[in-house]
Structure formats: structure tokens, C-alpha cells
Ligand binder design. Structure first.
Ligand code: C2E
Ligand code: MG
Ligand code: MG
Length: 631
């Protein structure tokens, strides 16, 4: 993985939490200190107030004793202060400053006459005591002075109790805050980890996702630059995953993906990073000096790992993959080009019939550019109406009668002559131009079939090939019926050919096909045996005919596998009530073998090559009465 510093995040988080806590503690401490200081001030104020009241009462009570110089009465009055334990000493003086009487609670030294320190205010605080001076008056005249001393010990013990409680409450609040903060932090960390997981991991397979893949690849390239090493990128696309998903449901599709992931990762070294970068697309990033040399071995292992069937919910599922390999820096100088080239190679593997791996080659780039030129020329060809249709007859071998024709498009290029469909159909499909081209072929074929019918060649059906893109057109059924009407051809005489894989990959086309069948149009599966039809699906579709792919016909009757497959397809088709056409029949032996096994409809060079309409008309004329086939 790229160096995402997962460890430093919690440490940093811890420090931030601690810093917050210390700040909170400092704030609480300061608040407590202020509260305690305030409490000290207010306790002292009330002590002073209390002392002042008591001093005034004692002063009033002493007035008579002072006036008459009655020391005994004065001492007795002062002695009444015993009832106030906070007052530790007191003394009363005459106007000349002589002591009249004293009082001491704990036997302290007697108080002396107040000095100049009491000139500004009537009281004075020391650390332990509070002294207050109160004049003794009689009839508005000062006749003496009483000095009272209170101890602050009681005040301090109350202050300590207050401070203790405050600190306890603050500490409790801090502890609760700490608990809440750490609990919240844990929750946030968990949420972060989950988000991190979702942002980088695909939940179905638990593999790094496309986002993680991009980071990882960028990191691998950077490392390769630094160390002078290489990086191999393998892009793997499951060939028929969509069919599984559509026919068995998404949850089984997911289960299959997980099972495939398990097998893929088992065969890899730990360092080879496997990622899921799309629905059925995976990527391996291989690093190290030998990465590019080992890439093909890994690709082979990968294909082998998928070979055995997967068992999902009791269904045995076979899947294959196409793998494209590109190497850094040999095939590409940057990440985007590397990915694009691996993709190009992967599509080349698909073009080679899937279940294969292809290493990127610079020719592929040129091929891509050539495709672009062909596309531009195709557009012009449409404008100039350069497409023509050739017709290959379909024979009923029992009586060598032509029962129908297959319409096969050709491009009449002004300079390059007649171009076969194999050279331009793929580009037309990729660019979407197949839609107008197909429309043109359908119109020409229907008109031609109607012309032969008018010429008296009997009810000859015409078969037209369809591409996936045409099936995706919304009003394809309506358009087809309009073409038939315009040509004046019965829908019964039109057959549409769809390859097995197109049919399986466009399961949503069923409604459209039902609509066409309801109108009377027939439907054939082309190149049957090369795709991956599911039997249940075949039964559901409105199909009339199977066309056995010519790759099976080529080696019959010599090849045992092919003879077995061919006879099995014929038996299965008849079992489903479908008719069968064998394609690519080139020899009498093939034709005989097929006839013996119940396949009566045949098409191939043994009977006739595809011909321009005019030549086919002549052939039809010769076959108006039963004749030997033209080989
Ligand atoms: P396909 O539909 O399977 O057509 C049969 C192909 O086999 C034709 O090639 C035909 O010329 C060839 N063929 C017939 N008999 C024999 C034989 O005995 N031996 C051998 N080796 N080949 C034989 P063609 O005309 O080159 O067409 C190739 C493919 O192009 C067609 O395969 C079809 O898939 C596609 N195609 C042709 N016309 C159209 C069209 O109008 N629209 C679309 N979408 N595809 C078309
Ligand atoms: Mg065909
Ligand atoms: Mg075919």
C-alpha cells in the first residue's frame, strides 16, 4: 500500500485530546482559585461586620463603667465576650490611653492601646487575627476606647473546607469530562476507521477498490523510478459475469465475485496487490525487478485458477477471464498510458476469443488509430451509400432446394474494392454506426426478398444479422415492422440472426424479441455453440432456429469432439422444437454426416458462396427445378 500513515493519526489524536484536557484543567484550577479568593474576601468581610456589631454592644455596655472608672464592672462586661469564641482578646482604655480592663480568652498577652496604625481605619487584619477599635461614648462624647481581637482560625478552617469541596467538584467534573472525551474520541476513531475502510475497500470482495488502486499504482511507479525497477499492471475482466448476474441474481453474482477473489488471491504472492476496480474488473500491480517477466506467468496462473467451476448456491458456474498486461516503463511512461495500454491489451484478449491473456504491443496502439480512420471512412460510406448486400443460399439437403438466403453486408469501397464485414463491423459496432448500416442492410434485404417473390421464386426467407447495439435501440421492433410494410414482405419471410453472446449479454432485449415474434418475425441464434447460453434462458426466449457455428462443422466427421457437439446441438434443438441450420458446410462428407444426424438445413461453400443479388437470381432460376448442388 502507499504510505498512508495510519499509526501517526491515533498518536496525534491522543496528544490533541491530552492538550484539550490540560487546558480544561488549567481553566478549572484558575476558576477555583478565583472562587476561593472571593470566598476569603467575603468571609473576612462578614467576620469584620460581626466583630463590629459585638464591639459596639460591648462599647455601649462599658460606657458607665469607664465613666466612673469602675474597673471591676468593666472587666465583667468584657468577660461577657466569652460567649463569642472567635473573640480571643479585648481591652478598654480611658481617653488618656490607660488600661481600664482587659480580657483574654486563651491567656494571651493583654492588648495594648491602639497605635497610629488605626488612624486611617478602625480595623487591621494580620495573618491570624483581626483587630477592631471602637470608641466608647456617652452623651455624644468619646470617653474611652475598646479594642477587640478576633481569631481568623475559624475563618481559615471554613475556607479550607470550601476550597477542598471546590477542588473536589472541579476534579470530579474534569474526570467526567475526561471520560466523555475519551469515549467520544473512541467513537470518532471507530467512525473514521469505518469511513477509511469504505473509501478504500470494496465491501463485496474486501479488496482495495479503484481509488486505492490508483494510489497504489502511483506509489508503485514512483518507487520504480527511484529504484530503477519495473511495474507490471495486469487488468483482468471476467468474460461472462454479466450473464451470471442477470440470470442468477445479484446476490449470487456477489458470492461468485467473492469466491473468484479468494481463488485469485490464493495464487498470488503477498506483494502482488490485487484490487477490484469495477463490476467484474480486477487489477494486479506487480513490483520488483522481475515483475514484467513474471507477469505472463501470473496471468496464466490466474486463468488456471478460474478454470474449475464455482459452486454458488448449488449452481455450478464456469467463468473465464481476459487479461491484459502492460509494463512500466517499457510500454508506457505514465500512469494513464499504462492503464490505457493494459486495457487495450485486455480487449485484444477478448477479441482473441476470451479466456486468454495478451501482453500490450505498440502495434495495438496503431490498430486503435487505424480504427479511427476506418470510422471516419464508414461515415462517408454511409453518406455515399457504399454498402451492398450479398446473399448466401440456405439449402434443404433432402431435396437440394433453396429455402432461404442469409443477407451479408459488404462495403463497396471506391479504391479498395469489396471489403468483407470482418474488416469493418467491429468498428461500426464500437462507434454506433452499425445502427444506420444495419438499417440499410435490413431495407435492402427485405426489398430484395420481395423482388424474388414477385419474380416467382416462391416464399424465400431472408435472414439478416443483428448487432447488440441495434437491440438497444428503443423502437427497433417498430422500425423493423415499418421496413417490412414498406417492402411489402410478409414478416414470416424475415429472420433475424443474433449471436449467442449478444443475446446473453442483452437479457433486457426479451420484450423487444417478444414483440417481433408477435408480429411474425422469426428469430435465429447465430454461431451457436461458441457462447455460453443457459438452457433455461434459451427455453424462455422466442427462438425458432439454431445455427451451428462453422467451427464445429469444419472438422466433422473426422473429429470426435466436434461430431459429438454437433449431434448434441441437433438433438437439443429438436428437443426444444427448434429447427437447425449448419453453417460453413464445405464438403459432401460434412453434408452427408449432418443429414444422417437429422440436420437438413445447410449453408456453406459446398452449396454456394455469398453472391450479389443478380447472381443469386440466376442460381434460383437454375434451382427452380430440383438440381444437383453446385459445389
Ligand atoms: P455469420 O453471420 O456467421 O455469417 C457467415 C459467414 O460465414 C459469412 O462471412 C460467410 O461468407 C461465411 N461462410 C459461409 N459459408 C462458408 C463456408 O463454407 N466456409 C467458410 N469458411 N465460411 C463460410 P462474412 O460474409 O464475411 O460475414 C462475417 C460475419 O459478419 C457474419 O458471420 C456476421 O456475423 C457479420 N455480418 C455480416 N453481415 C452483417 C450485417 O449486415 N450486420 C451485422 N451486424 N453483421 C453482419
Ligand atoms: Mg449470420
Ligand atoms: Mg454464423
Amino acid at each position: 500500500m502507499p504510505p498512508r500513515d495510519r499509526k501517526s493519526t491515533p498518536r496525534l489524536g491522543f496528544r490533541v485530546a491530552m492538550a484539550n484536557l490540560v487546558t480544561a484543567a488549567a481553566a478549572l484550577l484558575m476558576a477555583s482559585a478565583l472562587l476561593i479568593a472571593f470566598q476569603l474576601v467575603s468571609l473576612r468581610a462578614s467576620l469584620l461586620e460581626d466583630l463590629r456589631v459585638k464591639a459596639r454592644i460591648v462599647g455601649d455596655n462599658l460606657a458607665a463603667a469607664v465613666m466612673f472608672g469602675d474597673r471591676g464592672a468593666a472587666a465583667e462586661t468584657l468577660g461577657s465576650l466569652q460567649a463569642s469564641p472567635s473573640i480571643v482578646a479585648a481591652a478598654v482604655f480611658d481617653p488618656e490611653g490607660r488600661t481600664v480592663a482587659t480580657y483574654s480568652h486563651r491567656g494571651d498577652e493583654p492588648l495594648v492601646v491602639p497605635g497610629p496604625e488605626f488612624a486611617a481605619q478602625d480595623h487591621r487584619f494580620t495573618w491570624h487575627t483581626l483587630d477592631l477599635v471602637q470608641p466608647v461614648e456617652h452623651g455624644g462624647k468619646v470617653i474611652g476606647m475598646v479594642r477587640v481581637r478576633a481569631s481568623q482560625d475559624g475563618l481559615y478552617s471554613r475556607l479550607f473546607a470550601y476550597a477542598g469541596t471546590t477542588v473536589l467538584i472541579a476534579a470530579g467534573a474534569l474526570a467526567v469530562a475526561f471520560l466523555l472525551v475519551s469515549r467520544m474520541r473512541r467513537a470518532v476513531l471507530r467512525a473514521e476507521a469505518r469511513l477509511d475502510y469504505l473509501a478504500y475497500i470494496d465491501p463485496v470482495t474486501n479488496l482495495p477498490n479503484r481509488h486505492a488502486f490508483n494510489e497504489r499504482l502511483a506509489y508503485a511507479l514512483e518507487r520504480a523510478d527511484r529504484l530503477g525497477e519495473r511495474v507490471a499492471l495486469l487488468l483482468l475482466d471476467l468474460d461472462n459475469f454479466k450473464i451470471v448476474n442477470d440470470t442468477l441474481g445479484h446476490h449470487r453474482g456477489d458470492a461468485l465475485l467473492a469466491a473468484a477473489t479468494h481463488r485469485l488471491s490464493e495464487g498470488l504472492r503477498r506483494g502482488d496487490g490485487l484490487c477490484r476496480i469495477g463490476g467484474d474488473e480486477f487489477a494486479f500491480v506487480m513490483e520488483g525487478p522481475g515483475a514484467c517477466d513474471e507477469a505472463e506467468l501470473v496471468a496464466r496462473k490466474t486463468l488456471a485458477a478460474l478454470a474449475a467451476p464455482f459452486s454458488v448456491d448449488g449452481h455450478d458456474i464456469y467463468i473465464t477471464a481476459s487479461v491484459g498486461i502492460a509494463c512500466y516503463p517499457n510500454d508506457a511512461a505514465d500512469l494513464q498510458t499504462l492503464t490505457r495500454n493494459a486495457d487495450t491489451a485486455m480487449y485484444a484478449a477478448k477479441d482473441r476469443g476470451k479466456n486468454a491473456y495478451v501482453r500490450f504491443h505498440s502495434d495495438m496502439d496503431q490498430r486503435a488509430r487505424r480504427r479511427l480512420t476506418v470510422e471516419t471512412q464508414l461515415r462517408k460510406a454511409l453518406e455515399r451509400d457504399e454498402f451492398v448486400v450479398h446473399y448466401q443460399p440456405v439449402y434443404d439437403y433432402r431435396n437440394t432446394r433453396i429455402v432461404g438466403v442469409e443477407a451479408l453486408v459488404r462495403w463497396q469501397h471506391p479504391e479498395q474494392g469489396l471489403i468483407p464485414p470482418g474488416d469493418f463491423i467491429a468498428v461500426a459496432e464500437d462507434s454506433g454506426l452499425i445502427v444506420p448500416v444495419g438499417r440499410r442492410v435490413l431495407a435492402l434485404a427485405c426489398r430484395q426478398a420481395r423482388a424474388w417473390q414477385t419474380a416467382g421464386f416462391g416464399p424465400l426467407y431472408v435472414s439478416v444479422n443483428l448487432s447488440a447495439r441495434q437491440l438497444q435501440e428503443n423502437d427497433f421492433a417498430r422500425e423493423t415492422i415499418a421496413v417490412l410494410l414498406e417492402a411489402g414482405l410478409s414478416p414470416r419471410l424475415l429472420e433475424l440472426e443474433i449471436t449467442e453472446s449478444v443475446l446473453m449479454e442483452n437479457t433486457q432485449a426479451q420484450t423487444l424479441l417478444d414483440e417481433l415474434q408477435a408480429a411474425g418475425v422469426r428469430l435465429a441464434i447465430d454461431d451457436f455453440g461458441t457462447g455460453y447460453s443457459s438452457m433455461s434462458y434459451l427455453k424462455r426466449l422466442p427462438i425458432d432456429k439454431l445455427k451451428i457455428d462453422r467451427s464445429f462443422v469444419r472438422d466433422i466427421p473426422a473429429d470426435r469432439d466436434d461430431t459429438a457437439i454437433t449431434t448434441a446441438i441437433i438433438a437439443m434443438a429438436h428437443g426444444l422444437g427448434l429447427s437447425v441450420v449448419a453453417e460453413g458446410v464445405e464438403t459432401r462428407d460434412q453434408a452427408e454426416f449432418l443429414r444422417v444426424h437429422g440436420c437438413d438445413l445447410m449453408q456453406g461453400y459446398f452449396f454456394s458462396h455469398p453472391l450479389p443479388a443478380g447472381e443469386l437470381g440466376e442460381l434460383l432460376l437454375r434451382h427452380a427445378s430440383p438440381l444437383a448442388p453446385v459445389a
